[in-house]
Design a protein. Sequence first.
Length: 154
Amino acid sequence: MRPGLRLARLARVVLLGLALTSGAGCLDLVAPEVGPVQAGPTCSDADSDPSTAESFAALLDTILDPVCGNCHTGDGVGRRQSGFDVATYTTLREGGNRTGVGIVVAGQPCASALIDKIGSAPSFGGRMPLNRSPLGAADQQALADWIAEGALDN
């Protein structure tokens, strides 16, 4: 075999290998992890602190708007792609294209897609918030407790 042909064949094999290995990462574009996964609460439908009520207004101000709102409100990429909008109680409860009202199942955090998506190994798509550090265990628990308490508009 001529050296030029051997070099051309080698170049094709290398390019094919690069394409295949980089392509595998492309399958995970919606699920990149940033930072260490923090241990979230073990899923339980029970309220972790029944003496303290979680309020939607407080969660909106402290977690949903500052952490999720950049992508999942207005013209954010998350809202455009998934249809999920955290701007208001009503839009959050409507869920997204894939989850619908299953985003929050009142009284059942373990059946709620919202809790699934912020956990370390969501059953579909990537962990949220996408391309950012995971929510801390306390924030995950606050959202789970709000759902366990009935996911009220309070």
